[in-house]
Structures are given as C-alpha cells and as structure tokens.
Design a binder for this molecule. Structure first.
Ligand SMILES: Cc1cc2nc3c(=O)[nH]c(=O)nc-3n(C[C@H](O)[C@H](O)[C@H](O)COP(=O)(O)OP(=O)(O)OC[C@H]3O[C@@H](n4cnc5c(N)ncnc54)[C@H](O)[C@@H]3O)c2cc1C
Length: 478
C-alpha cells in the first residue's frame, strides 16, 4: 500500500472514531447526517436555524457571508445599509427574538420623513405642501380608509392566520392602482403611494395586490401629525447586527460559500442535498430540509419528485430588481430628516441619510447618503443590466437638483444590485400562497421559508422562518 493510502485509511478511521462524515460534520445514528439542512443563510434561513439549534442543523449559504438582503458596509467608522435599512418598532415575535439574542433596537431620531417633488424638498410642517388643499383632504381620507381596512384583521390574517387568506379574495384581485383610481384619489396622491411602494417593495401600484399592501401602507404613509415621532428602528450596525449575532450563535452550523445545486427526496424519505464549495462537490443527507431561498431559486433546486404544480407556482412568484448606491461625501448632505421619498425622479425612489442613527442631529462632517433605486415597473427585468455609469448618472440627475455641487462632494461610492430584491405580491397572490401553504409536498420532509411566504419585509421573513421551524419540529417528532 502506498504512503497516501495508509494516510487515507488513518483519516477515515479517525473520522469514524470522532463520529464525523466526509464534510467533517457530526454524524448522527441512522441513515442521515443532519436532522435539518437549511438552504439559504439569509434572515429567514438563519432565524429558522436558531429556532432549531437544539437539533443537528446545517445552513448552506452560497455567498461568502450570510445575511442575504440584510447586508451592510463600512466606511470611515460608519456602517451603511446595502439592502435592508430599518424595521418598525419591534413587537410580537420579533421583539421576542431580539430579546433572546440580547440585541436592542435603536430608534432612528425624528424627523424621519421628507418628500422631493419638482426639484424641491418638503420637510416638517410643510411635508405635504406639494399637495393641493383638496389632495390633502384626500390624503387624510386615505389614511382613515386604510386604517379602517387594516383594523379588519388584515395584518393578522397575513402574518398569523394564513388559513383565512382566501376570505379576502376580492381585495387581492384588485391592484393598488385600480383601487385608488376607483376611489377617485388624485393622480399625484397615487404617485405618492406608488413611490412609497417602489421604495419599500420595489413594486409599483399597478403590480401590487391591494390586500397585501394595506398593512404597510396604513403604517408607512407619511403624515404631518407624525413629523416629530419616529416609528423606525435599526441596530448598532444596522440590520446586519442581527445577522452577525445569529451567525455567531450558530457557529460551525453555518457554511458559507456553499452553492446548493439540487435537493431530492430519497425513497426512505430522507433528503439528499448536493452542493459545491471551493470547487468541490458535496452531498449530505438530512431528515428534513428548509428551503430558505427566493421562490424561483427554490423551484429550480427541487428535483423531479416534487409536483409540477408546486414548482410552477414557485416560478410564477417573480421578483423585482433593485439597486442601491451609497455615496461617501466630504460633508453631511441630508441633515433635515432621515429619508426622502422622491416622487417624480424616475428610478430614484428614496434618499437616506445613513449616518443619522450614528451621529447627533447637528453633525456636519463626512457622511453617507444612500440612494435607493427601483424600476418603474416591478416586472422590468432589464433594470439590473444598466451599467454603473447609467445608474450613477440617474442618481446624480436627482441629487444635483437639491445639491448643485454634489459631484464635488463625493469621495467614493458603493453600488449594490439585487436580482431577487422583493417578491412581487401582485394581484391574485393569495391563491398562489394558499397553494404553497397547503400543498402536501411542503409538509415534509421539505419545508418552505422566505419572505415570499408571508410578507416582503424582515418581519415577513422572520414569521416564515418560525412557521417552518415549528413544522420541522413537529415532523421530526413523528
Ligand atoms: C434594497 C432592499 C432594502 C430592503 N429594506 C428593507 C427594510 O428596510 N425593512 C424590511 O423589513 N425589509 C427590507 N427589505 C426586505 C428584506 O431584506 C427581506 O424581506 C428579507 O431580508 C428576506 O430574507 P430571506 O432570508 O427570506 O431572503 P434572502 O435575504 O434573499 O436570503 C436568501 C439566501 O439564500 C441564498 N441562496 C440563494 N441561492 C442559493 C443556493 N443555490 N445555495 C445556497 N444559498 C443560496 C442567498 O445568497 C441568500 O443569502 C429590503 C430588501 C432590499 C432588497
């Protein structure tokens, strides 16, 4: 026997003695390596893993760092969001999770809202002065209308009682655009809501189901009454703080740079997960799998034994594209407020003063201005094909209207594109979701998680993760 063969035998013997498989992970008794493998280390995958940390769990994440759409960058001692910027006041399960993790959310100092329209900024008491008197009354009526609709348990159904989704079929059949037109809301008010929706969800009014839009619209539409209140929160290092703590708690259970290629159910109901890491193919067997990847990615990963109608439904859930540019500037540009919705600026939808949660309100030094950019139609799949130069030119076009010397103030910038930015909760989304929730192929050994299963926010991702983790626990007990 050659020298390396002796070494191989020795290595295998040591691995067996230590109870490890060829990946070096713990091996359980039985015909599987893990109780649960989670595909995707975004917020939902990591949260599901945390809820299942007493099981033998493995998270496979294709990128070098976990976090998915909740990622941050650093510049000059500041952090800045590349994707997710904030959450609402933590309550319910989110509050519980944050408490468990020992992380405290920081309120972003008021005022937090601003509007840009026709080259002018509107802040404070003048926030809604871009609207006529009549439109201001319509805005007030709209707020009341939305709150009344939301009081009708819509948020509870979306987040907690999904079995009743189809009771709201009618509201789900109509787009926000058609609903607002039918109610007689002015063009400008519709544009205002459209920009909020494109900013927060990458989805324009024409492609957004009224039913799914209600909870966020009722909460997020800026009003003059709330100018001195802040309902937005972030963390020491932005949303990435939570990701970091989760990843730390999960330790070696999270494998980064692991690109999953296929997921198949074996005859004995265990699941085979094939992935590539550092150019080497791996295969692991698990008693259960949570797919925490975007819906169309999940459809492509599931093997032939999954029902076609399930995969087709997952494929039909399309995502908007989105880009963010963080400008690192010589001085603080946006001091008056934290965010500005840009009503008539094409692809530029929102500006954020990324430094606001990290400095005092009168700070004037080096700073970071985030520019969030969305396609005008959520189904524009060419948006991310635009070159950096084109995206920058679009951003500058807006910025120089408000800061004529903006280009001279820029030290550097960071551009990020998101291919799967936001699942489009288009009209008739409820029946698709209903099918996914009830389909026998999602009841084990494979389960679905991800914001598309609940709502296109961190809260939605978290709820989907907890639901999936609970279902896995029940399944493993059988
Ligand atoms: C620009 C932007 C701003 C946002 N701002 C906010 C906000 O302020 N507040 C808010 O509540 N929400 C916000 N959101 C939405 C929020 O980020 C998402 O709802 C949430 O992060 C979704 O988490 P997830 O785990 O479901 O999905 P993801 O974060 O997309 O995670 C999926 C993971 O799967 C991995 N993956 C994909 N394919 C494979 C594969 N083959 N093998 C292994 N891994 C794979 C991906 O790399 C990714 O890490 C924002 C989103 C974007 C894009």
């Amino acid at each position: 026997m050659k020298k390396y063969s002796y070494l191989l035998v020795l290595l295998l013997t040591v691995q067996l003695a230590l109870g490890c498989n060829s990946d070096g992970h713990d091996m359980n008794s039985g015909n599987y390596d893990y109780d649960v493998v989670i595909v995707g280390g975004g917020f939902s995958g990591l949260t599901a893993a945390y809820y299942l940390k007493n099981k033998n769990v493995l998270v496979l994440e294709k990128e070098k760092v976990p976090g998915g759409r909740c990622i941050s960058g650093h510049w000059n001692g500041f952090h800045y969001p590349k994707g997710t910027e904030y959450i609402g006041k933590p309550d319910g399960v989110l509050k519980k999770v944050l408490n468990k993790l020992g992380i405290k959310a920081k309120q972003i100092p008021a005022p937090t809202d601003g509007i840009a329209y026709k080259g002018q900024f509107y802040f404070g008491n003048e926030l809604l002065d871009f609207l006529s008197m009549e439109e201001k009354q319509q805005h007030y009526k709209l707020m009341l209308h939305l709150q009344r609709l939301n009081d009708d348990d819509i948020e509870d159904v979306i987040f907690d009682d999904q079995e009743y989704l189809m009771d709201y079929e009618k509201l789900d059949q109509i787009s926000v655009k058609d609903w607002m037109s039918k109610q007689g809301y002015s063009e400008l008010l519709q544009k205002f809501v459209d920009i909020e929706n494109r900013g927060l969800f990458g989805t324009d009014n024409a492609n957004y189901s009224m039913f799914f839009n209600i909870p966020e619209m009722a909460f997020d539409l800026p009003t003059v009454e709330s100018i001195n209140e802040s309902e937005v929160y972030s963390f020491e290092e932005g949303m990435y703080s939570v990701v970091q703590v989760l990843a730390k708690k999960l330790g070696n259970s999270v494998v980064n740079g692991a690109y999953v290629q296929q997921v198949d159910v074996n005859e004995d109901s265990t699941v085979k997960v094939q992935y590539v890491k550092d150019g080497v193919s791996h295969e692991v067997r698990a008693r259960s799998v949570i797919m925490a990847t975007p819906a169309p990615v999940t459809a492509n990963l599931l093997g032939d034994d999954f029902a076609e109608e399930l995969k087709e439904t997952l494929q039909k859930i399309q995502y908007s594209q989105y880009a963010t540019i963080n400008f690192f500037t010589k001085k603080r540009m946006l001091k008056e407020t934290w965010s500005v919705s840009c009503i008539d600026e094409g692809q530029v939808v929102t500006l954020y003063d990324a430094t606001r949660p990290q400095v005092s309100n009168d700070y004037t030094g080096k700073s970071i201005l985030s520019v969030y950019m969305a396609p005008e139609s959520a189904y524009d799949h060419n948006f991310n094909k635009q070159s950096d130069a084109v995206l920058l030119a679009n951003a500058y076009q807006t910025l120089v209207k408000h800061y004529p010397n903006f280009k001279q103030e820029v030290i550097d910038y960071d551009i990020n594109r998101f291919e799967y930015a936001f699942p489009i909760f288009s009209p008739l989304y409820a029946p698709k979701l209903d099918l996914l929730l009830k389909h026998p192929d999602t009841k084990g050994p494979v389960f679905l998680a991800g914001d598309y299963m609940v709502y296109a926010t961190v809260d939605g991702a978290l709820t989907s993760a907890i639901n999936a983790a609970k279902n896995v626990k029940k399944y493993l007990k059988q």
